[in-house]
Design a protein around this ligand. Structure first.
Ligand SMILES: C[S@@+](CC[C@H](N)C(=O)[O-])C[C@H]1O[C@@H](n2cnc3c(N)ncnc32)[C@H](O)[C@@H]1O
Length: 301
């Protein structure tokens, strides 16, 4: 059985120093940079449909300022359009989607503060809207058919639904040992396994959205890619390479005691070691990290 990323994945919740909310400036930049595309897409659908009610979904919204940045951008764009076209403001229903492990509590705790800020900024011009959460994987159906006018997703669709199958030989030997993603030394079978998984996931995603989108609706999807055709090139591969190195170094410095923790945790997830150390549960992870910190401190004494 393949390890389901969807059951374990979540960004660091809350608003503390190490939270996603405090460490998502790159993703914020992507939202700002794609705003002209968002404007064009919404203008096209709004001009065609002139809807009295609009359903807008942000897929992989996470928790933090970016979640509300998307909401406020959409409200601003629709508000400007309806004034330019001299229409009554539509009512917008926002669905904020992410995996169930997302810190939705933090999202809804911060909602009032963002609402106040938008009211102060826009006053009577603020488009009426309602915000609700929609937990679940976007690699499957989330909404009734023909009900959504607009889907937005930023920096989320590069996450696969699961660790690809085929990262082991028929004899159970790991083919991508020491790596957590496609790396320079990954054999072609590993590259193919990741590509196949992406193809399957993206196709499931598109099929689901196709059914859910209402006629005349639209979608803006922003996610990471690579310029080169070489599968191990690109910044993400480089980052994962560094992360894999750090994790390997950490594991090699641990005592049997901590490694046992890791193995227990990986087994508890019902999966053999695919080198996906990233998916270690929080208990193993924090003991491993604490041990690693102590080792480093001892070394520098
Ligand atoms: C890097 S964050 C981006 C969040 C936000 N859109 C932004 O721009 O800051 C990626 C988000 O995608 C979510 N995600 C990953 N796979 C998902 C899936 N299958 N279904 C729903 N959300 C998913 C993660 O939980 C995470 O919150």
């Amino acid at each position: 059985m393949a390890f389901k990323v969807e059951q374990a994945l979540h960004m660091v919740g809350g608003a503390g120093e190490t939270s996603y909310a405090t460490n998502s400036r790159i993703q914020e930049k992507a939202i700002y940079r794609t705003k002209p595309i968002l404007e064009t897409a919404i203008a096209e659908l709004y001009g065609k449909l002139l809807p009295e009610r609009m359903v807008v979904v942000d897929l992989g919204c996470s928790s933090g300022p970016n979640t509300f940045l998307v909401v406020s951008e959409v409200l601003g764009i629709v508000g400007d359009l309806r004034r330019r076209l001299e229409q009554k403001p539509p009512e917008i229903q926002f669905f904020l989607n992410d995996l169930p492990g997302n810190d939705f509590n933090n999202v809804f705790r911060s909602l009032e503060r963002y609402e106040k800020m938008m009211e102060e900024e826009k006053g009577d011009l603020l488009v009426p809207h309602y915000v609700v959460g929609a937990p679940g994987s976007f690699y499957g159906r989330l909404f009734p058919c023909n009900t959504v006018h607009f889907f937005h997703s930023s920096y989320s669709l590069m996450w696969l639904s699961q660790v690809p199958q085929g990262l082991e030989s028929e004899q159970g030997v790991p083919l991508n040992k020491g790596n957590i993603y496609i790396a320079e030394n990954s054999p072609p079978q590993v590259v193919k396994a990741y590509q196949e998984q992406h193809r399957r996931d993206f196709s499931t995603f598109l099929k689901s959205r196709y059914v859910e989108l209402s006629i005349g609706g639209g979608m803006v999807l922003t996610f990471l890619g690579r310029k080169s055709e070489h599968p191990a090139s690109g910044e993400l591969s480089y980052l994962y390479g560094l992360l894999a190195e750090a994790l390997n170094a950490m594991v090699s410095q641990m005592t049997d005691d901590v490694i046992k923790y890791i193995i227990i945790d990986v087994k508890r997830e019902g999966e053999r070691n695919h080198g996906l150390y990233i998916c270690l549960g929080p208990v193993a992870w924090s003991s491993a990290a604490a041990k690693h910190d102590k080792l480093l401190k001892d070394r520098h004494k």
